[in-house]
Write a protein that binds this ligand. Sequence first.
Ligand SMILES: *Cc1c(COP(=O)(O)O)cnc(C)c1O
Length: 353
Amino acid sequence: MTQSVNSIMRLVRPELVGMAGYEPVEPAEAIARRFGVSLDRIAKLDGNENTYGPAPAVVKAIAKASFEIYSDPDQRALIVAGHGSDELIDLVGRALLAAGDNIVECGPTFGMYRFTAAVCGALVIDVPRGADFSIDLQGLRDAVNRRTKAIFLPSPNNPTGNLLTRPELEACLDLGPVLVLDEAYVEFAGLEHSFAHLVAQRENLIVLRTFSKWAGLAGLRLGYGLMPEPFADLLRVIKPPYTPNVASEVAGVASLEHRAELMVHVGEILAERDRLMTALASVPYLSPMPSSGNFILCRVLTGNARLLRDRLRERGVFIRYFNEPALRDCVRISVARPRESELLLEALRKVEP
Ligand SMILES: *Cc1c(COP(=O)(O)O)cnc(C)c1O
């Protein structure tokens, strides 16, 4: 029996037809080829990746692992691991959201919450951040309603780089819905800013963590969530069984064994963040904002942010531009090694947006 594409599309949930997908960052090699820039002249500063990459011991551990057997589907109480925190966000969405439910987020923020809500047929209520990018607690109180299942907040927030405070966290937990606290960058802020220890005390707190940023494993996909035990049990029931795969699992364990070595790179990235902050502040058309993450959001004071992204791209320097109203005059620059900063600063001197 043959079916035309159209007839398949008639079976798709109507709210997904025509949905805009998540806007991922393009691989540097592809863009370099397009603009004819050689690979050694590239600075990839658009994805907040850790360009130090994994510890050498992690690569060795993967090389030695056996891949013919499925990964271990049993994960420990409270912790659910997956292919990146993105998979955890997806699982939380699938567990909580039915058509007509909503999530609350505080923009500008990470795009995955909105994406997952859309896939689940849920609505997004945006409670915009204030001028200093802190969250609007009164706005949150007014926004939460009986169909609100979750509030998604990263700390540090991507792309603004600021942290959630303890009183803000408590106020959000008191609102009732699940608070999904995304700590993807907390290793760059200092672990004293993590609220992971509160998961055992609060029944509506989920904390997400990832190996993508501090451990340099963005391409290998390993993240996890800490959450109340019954909810962790439920996620393990609904998730496809064999994520993370064996390579991610081996890499995660080896990263924890070589944590000190990887944290040296984190320290180097922090030193580079300070240096880059000063250098960016001296670029006449840029105003960098303070950041607790491995990235710096910059306001483009004169000229056009999108054009700046385009001009730098032609020179092999990739930074992130967000086509959304609150960020239209901003770019986000990932902090990498001194080598990438030099290429960036050299390109910034040559272009004018
Ligand atoms: C990069 C990032 C993640 C990453 O997720 P993985 O899926 O673990 O790579 C999660 N949350 C935020 C806010 C991020 O910026």
